[in-house]
Write a protein that binds this ligand. Structure first.
Ligand code: RRO
Length: 310
């Protein structure tokens, strides 16, 4: 058991917001998903006050050891989330973290108040770090603006308030410290790194949103450095993420101070990744946190969900 902001979690592996569609997974796997849920808490995709269509396509670019997304926050909006998604997400066997983003402080306040009123939701993650809409990123990159936002929303909820930090800033530690000083209960990082891809042979942007956010193994070392910097700077718990595909990567983030580790891009390749990574991490921890003494590459006999190798 892991204690995180008053929540008791079965293991340290959660999902990164927007990287696992639990409602679609329930359709695909049925009740087996509930019996073998891959994460110890579920973080939902960012919601905004009003519905959003998202960015024009193309929205994805496969990069060496990673991908660039320019999804642009498509979502049903607050009312659609509460009416349509929440009843289904509330059936998950783990605590639900709802991720919210607004383009003004007023929008964020209204989101936090509405989410606070729902007992099905265990915690709130404040996204100030989406690289694909200008307003969200600007707040998170500036410690003064971020501090003011956290100060405004903190009194509106007693639920754990997690601030999702941007890596696209000069001093992520300063942003984390500002969030902590204004009452954030935890910080999570890293969101994606702003990136760009060109249409082959044309020299024009490939992504409909022009730029996007890089994720996957390509950003793992950046994540390690930033999580380490933040953990040295704040006393509140840190959720580390960025390019985690195996237990050893989760173990590395925990070694530099993360309390929980989120799996993101790897979920698209393997929807059972959370379960596997939690198991690999446990093996490493039992073996004394040495990534060289335990071979976790061997196929494991236990299969929780039929993710279809065959
Ligand atoms: O939807 C997105 O484009 C998106 C979001 Br909200 C985010 O936080 N991070 C990201 O890489 N993409």
């Amino acid at each position: 058991m892991i204690e995180f902001c008053g929540l008791r979690l079965a293991h340290p592996i959660v999902n990164g917001s927007g990287t696992f569609d639990a409602i679609a997974a329930r359709r695909a796997f049925g009740d087996a998903l509930l019996e073998a849920f891959p994460f110890s808490a579920f973080v939902s995709k960012t919601i905004t006050l009003a519905p959003r269509a998202g960015n024009p396509p193309p929205r994805l670019w496969e990069a060496p050891a990673g991908m660039i997304n320019s999804i642009g926050l498509p979502n049903r909006g607050l009312d659609g989330y509460l009416a349509h998604d929440l009843p289904q997400l509330a059936q998950l066997p783990v605590p639900l973290v709802t991720n919210v983003m607004g383009s003004t402080a007023d929008e964020v306040e209204r989101l936090v108040e509405a989410v606070d009123a729902r007992p099905e939701i265990a915690a709130i993650e404040l996204n100030v770090s989406c690289p694909n809409v200008s307003t969200g990123l600007d707040i998170g990159a500036d410690p003064v603006s971020l501090g003011a936002l956290v100060r405004a929303v903190r009194p509106l909820t007693a639920k754990p308030l997690i601030v999702k930090l941007t890596p696209n800033t000069a001093d992520v530690g300063a942003a984390a410290a500002a969030a902590e000083a204004e009452g954030a209960d935890a910080v999570s990082l890293i969101n994606t790194l702003r990136a760009m891809a060109l249409r082959p042979g044309r020299g024009t942007p490939w992504l409909g949103g022009r730029t996007g956010g890089m994720s996957g193994p390509a950003i793992r070392s950046v994540a390690l450095a930033q999580v380490s910097a933040v953990a040295l700077r704040v006393a509140i718990p840190v959720i580390g993420m960025g390019g985690v595909t195996h237990g050893t990567h989760a173990n590395d983030l925990i070694s530099v101070g993360a309390v929980l580790v989120a799996v993101g891009t790897e979920n698209f390749r393997d929807p059972c990744a959370g379960t596997r990574i939690a198991r690999e991490l446990k093996s490493l921890q039992i073996a004394g946190s040495s990534s060289t003494t335990v071979d976790v590459s061997e196929p494991q006999p236990e299969v929780e969900l039929n993710c279809g190798d065959s």
